[in-house]
Design a protein around this ligand. Structure first.
Ligand SMILES: Cc1cc2nc3c(=O)[nH]c(=O)nc-3n(C[C@H](O)[C@H](O)[C@H](O)COP(=O)(O)OP(=O)(O)OC[C@H]3O[C@@H](n4cnc5c(N)ncnc54)[C@H](O)[C@@H]3O)c2cc1C
Ligand code: SF4
Length: 327
């Protein structure tokens, strides 16, 4: 059952920021609610105040101008991103990633901001209150031990959003509004690789916009996602890969990013330099797979083991790379 809370739905960003500033850590931002409401029902969040930002209609936009870049408001829905003609044409990896998020109803409700600020997930955490009582609470909520790594002090719960890896390959920046004005962070610096800390976002701040620089337009590539139920499910491993093609037909600026295998989505380091080397495509691809697996630490779920997720990560990455190389 959900604990009672005070509810606000402001129409202007300034009002939203004032409500945040007044309520410190006792407040939670609600956008589409497709993740937060479930977590509140499970007792994972018990905010005294809920700030519904769906009234901030000015933040529900997608704008693209060649030479100026792409801007997406935090309140744009996942459906808008998946079906936008501009994105399908100029930023296909992002539209593809959006089209794989959960199912149609949740894509209609879910927002870009909510997707990027998704809570990390773990078999021991995303459970009902009675389930968690019977197994013992964990470090992330009310307990003192991590059931995944009992000797450690860190939480390894996994970030499972689909948009972030695609946006990482496109060198996106996030705009964040707070009482001290607006700041911008590169998307890869926004994520903290720890299951509780999660983001570089203070309790009095709101994510307002995603900006993709003009140089990232017209990259080609794909988003590959491994999940149990094709119709509606979180990724168990997700891979975005993009590149540019030169006039000589050679690819350059190759970037790859992963999701669902760490507490943060991550760029795979060193991918572009692998493709700068001489060698058979198959060997270069295996080198990138090796780099990716070096950092991937997925958790066991009710439907998969860590080993299977790592194996499928490699399969997804090989698919994305061979599509890129025309194989
Ligand atoms: C069955 C099911 C399947 C799902 N499958 C997927 C999937 O395949 N891929 C995937 O990526 N997601 C999946 N999700 C999660 C979710 O539906 C989406 O990620 C959705 O985009 C979340 O957006 P929302 O607006 O509903 O977020 P909300 O639930 O409203 O919020 C999520 C979190 O973000 C914070 N937040 C929201 N907006 C902002 C903002 N502007 N600034 C700062 N913080 C903010 C909230 O406080 C909350 O902590 C699934 C959910 C369900 C229930
Ligand atoms: S990884 Fe995090 S959520 Fe999972 S059991 Fe450990 S502390 Fe809890």
């Amino acid at each position: 059952m959900m604990a009672p809370f005070e509810y606000h739905r402001p129409r202007h960003l300034e009002d939203a920021l004032q409500i945040l500033a007044r309520n410190g850590r006792q407040i939670k931002i609600l956008a589409g609610g497709t993740d937060l409401v479930i977590s509140m029902k499970q007792g994972l969040f018990e905010p005294e105040v809920v700030l519904d930002v769906k009234g901030l209609r000015d933040l529900a936009f997608i704008r693209y101008q060649p030479g100026a870049g792409l801007s997406i408001g935090a309140l744009a829905t996942i459906t808008q991103v998946a079906t936008s003609d501009v994105l399908i044409r100029h930023f296909p990896v992002l539209a593809q990633a959006a089209a794989t998020v959960s199912g149609p109803n949740l894509r209609n409700m879910g927002t870009v901001g909510g997707n990027l600020c998704l809570d990390t997930r773990c078999y021991w955490y995303n459970q009902s209150y009675s389930w968690r009582v019977s197994c013992g609470f964990c470090l992330k909520k009310d307990g003192t031990v991590c059931h995944v790594a009992p000797g450690g002090k860190l939480c390894w719960a996994v970030y499972s959003g689909d948009l972030a890896p695609a946006l990482m390959t496109l060198r996106a920046e996030l705009k964040i509004a707070g009482p001290r004005g607006e700041r911008r962070v590169l998307i890869e610096s926004f994520y903290v690789n720890e299951g509780r800390a999660k983001f570089d976002l203070r309790p009095d701040e709101i994510l307002t916009e995603v900006f993709v620089p003009p140089a990232s337009a017209d990259c080609f590539g794909s988003y590959q996602k491994f999940r149990i139920r094709g119709s509606v499910d979180y990724p168990l491993a997700g891979v975005a890969v993009v590149a540019k093609k030169g006039p000589d037909g050679r690819i350059h600026d190759v970037r790859a990013a992963l999701t669902a295998v760490n507490p943060a989505p991550q760029l795979v380091p060193g991918v572009n330099s692998v493709f700068g080397q001489q060698g058979a495509h198959a060997d270069l691809m295996e080198e990138v797979v090796r780099l990716a697996l070096r950092s991937a630490r997925p958790l066991k779920t009710s439907a998969s083991t860590m080993e299977y997720r790592r194996h499928m990560l490699a399969v997804m990455l090989r698919r994305a790379l061979s599509a890129l190389l025309g194989g």
